[in-house]
Write a protein that binds this ligand. Structure first.
Ligand SMILES: Cc1cc2nc3c(=O)[nH]c(=O)nc-3n(C[C@H](O)[C@H](O)[C@H](O)COP(=O)(O)OP(=O)(O)OC[C@H]3O[C@@H](n4cnc5c(N)ncnc54)[C@H](O)[C@@H]3O)c2cc1C
Ligand code: FES
Ligand code: FES
Length: 529
């Protein structure tokens, strides 16, 4: 075990022996290091004022990710480099081209949001050559400004590479040297830290993770911390111990296995988006609207599922695609009854008979038990998931879409970018050779306490031709499936109406190619017409 946290702050190697497991990167920078260039706005990942860049090794190459420092725990950055706005100034005091572009384009007024915008633009510059306006807007969607307005900031995004070509950027010129330094910090030891608030473990292998989860059934597992971070900054929870999954490379893997994709639980949303985009452009759009870039760089597919939120965006899409969840544990957990933490609440664990599992297999090489269940069965009740003591989400297996299958995914939220869904719908229909629907999978988020299929509406579709009459029958059946909540995001009546309208949109999009049903489509139509 290694008991020292190691990372680079700019060029400086930092080694820390005692650290609170949930100390945020932002608090450490501002309060400990007195680096106050990075600002705190919301402390919940929404405004981007705290944006910093984390550089990390990905298959030997340095990858730059803008993240929200306010909800990221410092020990999760072991082996990485942190870049803040303070690192941009040249040795001679000159401004970095991104800063210079902000000045020239009048992109800053109060300056509270400015460091965050600058860091988001820098991450874009380091990652992409010649980003178009759409990419600039995407890269800035996780940053809020309430005085300058976005036009000058977007203009700065277009201007920065004119001021100095990206190939000459100091950070890119140093890329290999930094990668080599980070390589010397990476090892296969488990990081075990102790601090005022408790213990932090970061194993480097799945089997060590399984051992730790078994040994600490009350531990909080942390992936990207885009949910867990808020338990600390908003709900003021103390989490002890914390087990971080981000050092296990195999958990980040996304593999194409012929007729299906396999996502490791730690696959980040940015990579998940790329993989899902190959299945359907609608999944690309769904993921593009998942948080902002900072949230997609940190958040993971495993965290989105394990969190069990009824308004998570991936579960409806993955349920419609008939995904399978793989849960792993070590053997002795399988046999004991214990206290379990589920959805943040302590509950008595009652082992289920093995017979109900879709599949149960012992893998001899690593000694782990693996349980595969249909994803929809994982969600049992509001914030209650079928995760047993000692278990963690290891992977999600997603069948690809085949010929003759119709698919649709839509998210409805108050804001287009960086907003949680009021309703999310994902649908998969199989048509038989007679043109009738042979199988229907209609999954919704925001309609019940869990992401859930609409069984009555599905039954109304099966055997019918895919037309307005079938959709009308399915919509009429939706109240049998759902009694949605009224809350700040939407009323129950609105949710039911939307759930039906999404089905109708699915029909229009699959049967009337010329009809625009999406904002982007309308704009494109206007531009060309
Ligand atoms: C500003 C903002 C915008 C957001 N926008 C969206 C959005 O548009 N759509 C959406 O769906 N969500 C959104 N979220 C919520 C959040 O980003 C997602 O739910 C995200 O996928 C969580 O993943 P994570 O890796 O950060 O999980 P974490 O926060 O690390 O963990 C979440 C939960 O999962 C558990 N967990 C994590 N990994 C595992 C595992 N492998 N095995 C078992 N348990 C595990 C944790 O213990 C915790 O209970 C947003 C959040 C923020 C802050
Ligand atoms: S302070 Fe608002 S996102 Fe971090
Ligand atoms: S200049 Fe961004 S909030 Fe004022």
């Amino acid at each position: 075990m290694r008991k020292t946290l190691r990372f680079l702050l700019g060029d400086r190697l930092v080694e820390i022996e005692r650290c609170d497991p949930t100390l945020t990167v932002l608090d450490w920078l501002r309060l400990d290091q007195r680096m106050t260039g990075t600002k705190e706005g919301c402390a919940e990942g929404d405004c981007g004022a705290c944006t910093v860049i984390v550089s990390r090794l990905d298959h030997g190459l340095l990858r730059y990710e803008a993240i929200n420092a306010c909800i990221r725990f410092l020990p999760t950055l072991d082996g990485c480099q942190i870049l803040t706005v303070e690192h941009l100034k040249g040795a001679d005091g000159s401004l970095h081209p991104v800063q210079q572009a902000m000045v020239e384009c009048h992109g800053s007024q109060c300056g509270f949001c400015t460091p965050g915008f600058v860091m988001s633009l820098l991450a874009l510059r380091l990652n992409e050559a010649e980003p178009d306006i759409g990419r600039i807007e995407d890269a800035l969607a996780g940053n809020l400004c309430r005085c300058t307005g976005y036009e000058p900031i977007i203009a700065a995004g277009r201007r920065m590479d004119e001021i100095a070509p990206r190939e000459t950027d100091r950070f890119l010129l140093e890329r290999e040297r930094v990668a080599a330094r980070l390589a010397t910090l990476s090892d296969a030891e488990t990081l075990a830290l102790r601090g005022e608030g408790g213990c932090f473990y970061a194993p480097a292998t799945v089997s060590t993770l399984a051992d730790l989860v078994a040994a600490h059934p009350q531990a909080t597992l942390v992936a990207g911390a885009t949910d867990v971070g808020l338990w600390v900054t908003k709900a003021m929870k103390r989490l002890d111990p914390v087990i971080y999954l981000g050092r296990i490379e195999t958990l980040r893997a996304i593999t194409d296995e012929g007729d299906h994709l396999r996502f490791g639980a730690m696959a980040g949303h940015a990579d998940v988006r790329t993989a899902l985009a190959a299945l359907s452009p609608q999944l690309d759009e769904l993921m593009r609207r998942f948080g902002g870039e900072q949230v997609r760089n940190a958040g993971t597919i495993g965290g989105n599922i394990a969190n069990g939120s009824p308004i998570g965006d991936l579960p409806p899409a993955l349920i419609a695609l008939d995904a399978t969840l793989v849960l792993a544990s070590i053997r002795h957990c399988e046999e004991r009854s214990d206290e379990a933490i589920q959805g943040g609440h302590t509950e008595r664990f009652d082992p289920a008979p093995l017979g109900r599992f879709a599949s149960l297999a012992m893998t001899a090489e690593d000694g782990l038990i693996r349980r595969s269940i249909p994803l929809e069965d994982f969600f049992m009740d509001y914030r209650k998931q079928d995760r047993r003591p000692g278990e963690f989400v290891e992977a999600v297996v997603v069948p690809k879409l085949t010929d003759g299958v119709l698919f649709h995914a839509s998210k409805v939220s108050k804001r287009f970018d960086e907003d949680i869904s009021a309703v999310c719908g994902a649908f998969r229909l199989m048509l038989g050779s007679d043109g009738r629907i042979s199988e229907a999978r209609l999954a919704y988020g925001g309609m019940a306490g869990i992401p859930k299929r609409a069984a009555a509406a599905e039954a109304a579709l099966v055997g019918q031709r895919w037309n307005e009459a079938a959709v009308g029958a399915a919509i009429a059946a939706l109240p049998q499936d759902f009694t949605p909540l009224d809350d700040m995001r939407a009323s129950a009546q609105y949710r039911l109406r939307i759930a039906g309208n999404l089905l109708r949109r699915f029909l229009i999009e699959t049967t009337q190619a010329q009809t625009h049903t999406r904002v982007a489509g309308l704009l494109a139509g206007a531009a060309h017409g």
